[in-house]
Design a protein around this ligand. Structure first.
Ligand code: F6P
Ligand code: MG
Length: 508
């Protein structure tokens, strides 16, 4: 045995190889730009797998949003608070609210002057470490325009909340609440279209054969999935210039319209989705909600059928802890909807039968809550600036919890941006690559994205389709006219790999 302590056993400090027959060095390699992702180990919130969208990219929707839409939204928020102020009689409350308005003006100045993102002031809320760690670790010195768009935009909504959380009497004030209620009231046509169809409890037609029943179940499921999908088309932050007629057109839920809209689903995993869902009996479905009012109502119609059909024994609805991206669901919006259906007089022109159908639905949904079949929850992670690539590291409890689900459905555009790291991934990138750890971590649940496309990032759509749309309809990425239904099913992937090893055919 050699003596490893001997000086000759030490590794040589440098080894020179004199090789004269290797091919000559070339220096003319082109970088392939955005088509190669960073390795997962090199990814962090300021360095997504592909280049981030940032506010200073003048060609992007990020620029439009950071420079114009956010100041407009903030200005309207100030108007809302002034309206509330004018309704007060107690001086303490008035002075406290004036200080909130003052903080909103400061935020507006910071936004307009593109200032550096400062830490969130400790207002005693549980999400402070989540925010301030991200700012200190990844965004120190970054401003509204050069931080990744996703983080800067989310940060603005947390700062807006801070304007109130630092107050004494207005901690939970929601500057968007009035708007959210109004839009539901204005959605009457579509609301009754659904309530008059779904108030009567769902029953399978026993005169049909098992095969026919299964076929009908499938068709109904696919149409309800589309209702939940297109319910996302209206988002208050984009509604600034829409007429009531425009809104009604988007919200139409008639059969013909739905058939036509399937053509607008550019990445369409609906049949894989049914293959997964038809095998779930008394399972758990999670819906990571997006918008309040009409979209939430559509989600509930969908969830109602999932329970009645025996697919789900329980549905977990994940909402937002604070007012978020204008229209997102908070606990208050959740209660408001159920109470509005049961008690209020929102719809002046509705017939008695229509109102009764709405109350029947509302009663059944309340009952689900009482029985624990519907559970509303709100983890602070959903209102952070992190993307969902970071769930297992930044919110391991939430990740574990979601792993117990048979299917986690993410609604809407913002959730899709967070799933895909909101970066310039090539449009052909498969969904389960684009969502990273949420598809690949051991135990990850099946993940579905139901999203109408309202911002730049798009994945799992054939390149020729996106190239044609870029050419013919330059606004297609933000119009909400197109959508994706994308599924990642880790079990299917495992099966796929196993079959590839054994050489068996697969239909995935
Ligand atoms: O401000 C832009 C945005 O964040 C986009 O994601 C989208 O246009 C909208 O706000 C939110 O849409 P959604 O409610 O579907 O998440
Ligand atoms: Mg939203």
């Amino acid at each position: 045995m050699g003596d490893r302590s001997h000086e000759t056993a030490r590794p040589a400090s440098k080894t020179l190889l004199n090789l004269g027959n290797l091919p000559p060095k070339q220096m003319n390699f082109e970088t392939t730009g955005s088509s190669f992702p960073r390795r997962a180990s090199r990814v962090d919130p300021n360095n997504p797998p592909w280049p981030a969208y940032r506010g200073y990219h003048e060609y992007s929707f990020a620029h439009e949003t950071m420079g114009k839409r956010l100041p407009t939204i903030l200005g309207k928020a100030v108007d809302d608070v002034i309206k509330t102020l004018n309704e007060q009689h107690d001086e303490d409350l008035i002075l406290d609210l004036l200080r909130c308005i003052d903080r909103m003006h400061k935020l507006m100045n910071e936004l307009m002057n593109n200032e550096v993102l400062r830490p969130i002031i400790d207002d005693g809320e549980g999400d402070i470490p989540l925010w301030n760690k991200a700012i200190a670790k990844y965004f120190r010195g970054k401003d509204f325009m050069n931080a990744p768009w996703l983080f800067a935009e989310a940060y603005k909504y947390r700062r807006l909340h801070e304007c109130f959380s630092l107050s004494r009497y207005w901690k939970n004030y929601d500057v968007f609440f009035r708007q959210k209620c109004d839009t539901f009231a204005r959605s009457n046509t579509a609301v009754f279209e659904l309530s008059t169809r779904f108030a009567t409890p769902y029953k399978e037609d026993t005169s049909l054969t098992a095969v026919e029943q299964e076929k009908l179940r499938k068709l109904l499921f696919l149409e309800l999935t589309q209702i939940a999908l297109w319910g996302n088309a209206t988002d208050l932050s984009l509604l600034i210039n829409m007429t009531e007629e425009d809104i009604k057109k988007i919200q139409s839920t008639g059969g013909e319209h739905l058939a036509a809209t399937e053509q607008n689903i550019l990445g369409n995993h609906l049949s894989q989705l049914w293959n997964l869902v038809k095998g779930i009996k008394n399972g758990r479905i999670d819906i990571v909600l997006d918008n309040a009012g009409f979209e939430l109502y559509c989600d509930c119609v969908f969830a109602d059928w999932l329970v009645q059909s025996g697919i789900a024994r329980e549905v977990h609805f994940h909402g937002k802890r604070i007012p978020w991206f204008v229209s997102d669901v908070t606990r208050k919006d959740w209660h408001w909807l159920l109470n509005a259906m049961n008690y209020t007089f929102l719809f002046h022109d509705a017939s008695d039968a229509e109102m009764q159908s709405l109350r029947e639905l509302g009663k059944r949904w309340r009952q689900y809550e009482t029985e624990g079949k519907w559970i509303y929850e709100q983890h602070p992670f959903w209102c952070s600036g992190y993307t969902f690539w970071s769930i297992s590291t930044e919110a391991p409890d939430l990740f574990q919890y979601l792993c117990e689900s048979n299917l986690v459905i993410f609604k809407g555009d913002l959730n899709h941006r967070k799933l895909t790291y909101d970066c310039q991934a090539p449009t052909g990138t498969p969904f389960d690559i684009a969502i990273g750890p949420l598809a690949s971590e051991p135990g990850a649940p099946p993940v579905l994205s139901l999203r109408t496309i309202k911002s730049d990032v798009v994945v799992d759509i054939p390149l020729d389709v996106t190239a044609r749309l870029d050419e013919e309809e330059p606004g297609w990425r933000i119009s909400g006219k197109y959508a994706v239904v994308l599924l990642s099913d880790p079990m299917k992937q495992e099966e796929h790999l196993r079959n590839a090893e054994t050489g068996e055919a697969q239909d995935f």
